[in-house]
Write a protein that binds this ligand. Structure first.
Ligand SMILES: *Cc1c(COP(=O)(O)O)cnc(C)c1O
Length: 423
């Protein structure tokens, strides 16, 4: 604690150049899986080869009847809403605090997103959802923010009580569990991203899970036209006659991405166990540092630790602003500490304030404004996110980050003294 803060001219706590965290882990096994796929098939029109292998593995892993691969999580969400019959004039209750792609596909099916507040973990608050149900409500969509399960048991109960669909966006939460059950198995359907940094990564890709054969068949029609529809929708089904064209969209995953996803899935539980160990250690150490309050999953839940969320508590640091604290933290070399930007309350985004110029049919349906979701906005404003390392040999990196936090908190009065010139 003797060195002055790096921001004030001292030496930084972390001197190694970045990045200090990379994801996904690319091993020789990953390289081999992708190279082998190059020699097997690079375009797959039906449910064969690596497509069938990964869909089967996902259905088994999550304990659901159907898994359908897509080109992205956004495409999986779009197919999910369309396949469940969500359309114009219908309201869907969604988290105000989520990544926007949970909600933007609803605009493409013409539905009205009804934003709702978050709880102390940043997840959709069931009590607030209840206050927003109207005769137009058809569904609730929930995201498990940063990997910590939302209260899906209560949301499932509310959905059943009111005859609503429940949709899950599990894009942060592959392998997370609530009451011992996998996230993605609580909703009528669930969508997941396998984009770059997600806990299960294919580089790019996504998938949709459901036990409902009609949702599955309609999702095939939505984004997987011709061969898959012809082979997988029963000829006796009324919808079979649309098999050739489907709905005309194409959301197929690239086979090279599927090969990578399959290889990563084999390691997912090992990676999650490593993250859990690191997260437990980090939370334990961080909770002793003034101004920093790590968020834990609910009792009995397991997080995927897509991020470790820290609430900043200026009252414990004589009112030092987070802007100033964060600047000092970064100067200490904590490059992977992040203040999420684009993942923000949706009412702060122009698309949700004035959808008309991009979605003319929605122009008078909603117009959100800053200030309407104080809990979500406060959560967003006072959050620092840390990556959670999955290997025990990354322990020294975790320790270096802890040292950076300890140093900035311990020296916070030096920052306040220079606050005048800092502005
Ligand atoms: C990443 C993400 C998406 C979108 O997934 P893509 O694969 O990038 O299209 C949707 N929802 C959440 C919560 C995400 O984190």
């Amino acid at each position: 604690m003797t060195s002055p803060l790096a921001l004030l001219g001292g030496t930084s706590a972390i001197d190694r150049p970045g990045p200090h965290f990379t994801w996904p882990p690319i091993t020789d096994a990953t390289r081999k899986a992708v190279a082998d796929q190059l020699d097997t098939a690079v375009s797959i029109y039906d449910r064969s080869g690596v497509i069938a292998d990964l869909e089967d593995a996902l259905a088994t892993y999550f304990g659901v009847r159907y898994a359908l691969l897509t080109s992205s999580g956004t495409a999986a969400l779009y197919s999910m809403y369309a396949a469940a019959g969500i359309g114009p004039g219908m309201e869907v209750i969604v988290p105000a605090y989520t990544f926007f792609a949970t909600v933007t596909p609803l605009l493409h099916v013409g539905a009205t997103p009804v934003l709702a507040e978050c709880d102390e973990r940043g997840n959709l608050d069931p009590a607030d959802v209840l206050t927003r149900i109207t005769h137009r409500t058809r569904a609730i969509a929930v995201t498990h923010m940063w990997g910590a399960p939302a209260d899906v048991i209560e949301l499932r109960r509310i959905a059943d009580l009111h005859g609503l669909r429940l949709f899950e966006d599990g894009s942060h939460a592959h392998g997370a569990t609530a009451a011992g059950r996998k996230i993605g198995s609580f909703g009528d359907a669930a969508a997941f991203s396998m984009n770059g940094p997600k806990p299960l990564s294919a580089g790019e890709g996504g998938f949709l899970l459901t036990d409902d054969s009609e949702i599955h068949h309609r999702a095939l029609l939505h984004g997987q036209y011709n061969k898959r529809c012809r082979n997988e929708i029963p000829k006796t089904d009324d919808l079979y006659r649309y098999a050739v064209t489907g709905m005309g969209l194409k959301h197929r995953i690239h086979p090279l991405a599927a090969a990578m996803g399959l290889e990563q899935l084999g390691n997912l539980d090992t990676y999650l166990a490593g993250r859990d160990e690191t997260a437990t250690y980090l939370r334990d150490q961080l909770s002793d540092i003034p101004g920093i309050e790590p968020i834990a999953p609910a009792e009995g839940d397991r997080s995927s630790w897509y991020g470790l969320i820290l609430r900043y508590r200026p009252d414990q640091l004589n009112g030092l602003t987070l802007d100033h604290y964060f600047e000092a933290l970064q100067a200490e070399g904590a490059l992977e500490a992040d203040r999420p930007g684009s993942t923000c309350p949706l009412n702060l985004l122009p698309l949700f304030q004035e959808p008309g110029p991009l979605f003319p049919t929605l122009s008078r349906r909603f117009a959100y404004a800053p200030g309407q979701f104080p809990r979500a906005e406060a959560f967003h404003a006072d959050t620092i996110k840390l990556p959670v390392w999955h290997r025990v040999d990354d322990q020294h990196t975790a320790d270096a980050y802890l040292e950076a936090f300890r140093k900035v908190s311990a020296h916070h009065t030096d920052l306040i003294e220079t606050g005048a010139q800092h502005g």
